[in-house]
Design a protein. Structure first.
Length: 381
């Protein structure tokens, strides 16, 4: 039985109505939708809802401030679980709330992250969120599951982010759209928790409904096989996570700004890796490096381990935990014609600045190495 069938207690192709364990509202919702939300007087089950402010904290615009104000009032009025300024919502939920078998829904594109813990994360459209909040339930048809086999293990020079940037080519949108991915194989057995989280988090960007780690598959047929030992450091090109080249091929591409943080770049493992590269070195003159731990807990851990001191000594700027610099607010945006290399996971036109700025995506290690030279380059310690 596929994991989604187990969680939903229904077979593929059947329509099922579920009551999610968590319905997540955050400040990525637009103001018009939040205004509609504010008009709701009765909720089917307020205990399912959780309001998390993490997207633009502290507010970088008057619109953001208005959205946050109304979400705060909504949470107060209905006595809803409320989280503010603790870091990235996905990671807060994963670490503090969600357990195996839970169902989580929101408008977020990376809800597949919860599959790393055996929970089902589902993305729903903005127009659906009001209905789900009011009724406390969601009706869907159980999607097909595809099994992707991983073998081998990553080399010390490569990361799961490198693998996923390679995995998410244009073909994945046809292979996995509307389906659930279960990652299986001996390669999965060797993954640490950070690697499992990055694997599941980015899987939904293939167009998949969600993703799981499956450690004990039985009687399955794998559709694709990937060898982790062949993975090389990679960079996603501006505008799309689905177009990637090797770091070697993009060597000497100039970068004006570097960002280490966000959903896939702000973990304690990311910060340790970056600090090892930056220790006793200086960020290149005229290149700026911004670092954002993914949660308050990671921030404190980095402080305890002396990582923040290493970053400051290198010339980096440290900002508060929260969503990445993937929204044009106060978090280190870039100007016309500038290149940014980011460890986060969004690079659509204008996400970090003007429409004609360029955002490349890479691992934290690749970003740290580039910050020292001012160019995309291979990692050296």
């Amino acid at each position: 039985m596929a994991m989604i069938e187990h969680v939903l207690s229904a077979s593929v192709g059947n329509e099922v109505t579920i009551k999610p364990d968590y319905i997540v509202l955050n400040d990525s919702l637009d103001l018009e939708l939040v205004n509609t939300l504010s008009e709701i007087k009765t909720l089917a089950n307020k205990d399912q809802l959780i309001v998390i402010l993490n997207y633009d904290i502290p507010a970088g615009s008057f619109t953001s401030a208005e959205i946050q104000k109304k979400l705060i009032h909504f949470a107060q009025e209905h006595h809803i679980e409320f989280v503010q300024a603790e870091g990235i919502g996905y990671h807060i939920l994963l670490n503090k709330y969600v357990k195996e078998g839970d169902v989580v829904v929101s408008t977020g594109m990376h809800n597949s992250i919860f599959g790393s813990k055996g929970a089902l994360g589902l993305h729903i459209e903005s127009e659906q969120i009001i209905d789900v909040c009011v009724k406390g339930e969601l009706t869907l048809t159980v999607p097909e599951t595809v099994y992707v086999e991983l073998k081998g293990s990553l080399s010390p020079a490569s990361t799961m982010k490198d693998f996923m940037l390679t995995f998410l080519d244009e073909s994945t949108k046809e292979k996995y759209a509307g389906k659930v991915i279960e990652f299986v194989g001996e390669g999965v057995q060797s993954l640490n928790n950070k690697q499992k989280v990055d694997l599941c988090l980015l899987a939904a960007r293939s167009g998949a409904v969600s993703a799981f780690i499956q450690l004990n598959p039985q009687g399955i047929h794998t559709t694709d096989v990937y060898d982790l030992s062949t993975v090389k450091p990679a960079v996603a090109l501006p505008g799309s996570i689905h177009q990637t080249q090797s770091v070697k091929a993009l060597k000497d591409t100039p970068v004006a700004a570097c960002f280490i943080g966000g959903c896939t770049g702000g973990s304690i493992e990311d910060l340790r890796q970056a600090a090892e590269i930056l220790k006793d070195k200086k960020v290149a003159t005229y290149t700026r490096l911004t670092i954002s731990p993914e949660t308050n807990e990671v921030y404190l851990k980095a402080m305890e381990e002396g990582l923040l001191e290493t970053f400051i000594d290198s010339g980096a700027q440290i900002i508060n935990p929260g969503c990445a610099s993937c929204l044009t607010t106060s978090k280190g945006v870039v100007g016309r014609g500038e290149n940014m290399l980011s460890a986060s996971c969004w690079n659509f036109a204008g996400c970090n600045g003007t429409k004609d700025s360029n955002v490349f995506l890479a691992s934290s290690a690749t970003v740290a190495a580039a910050a020292l030279t001012g160019y995309v380059c291979e990692t050296t310690k």
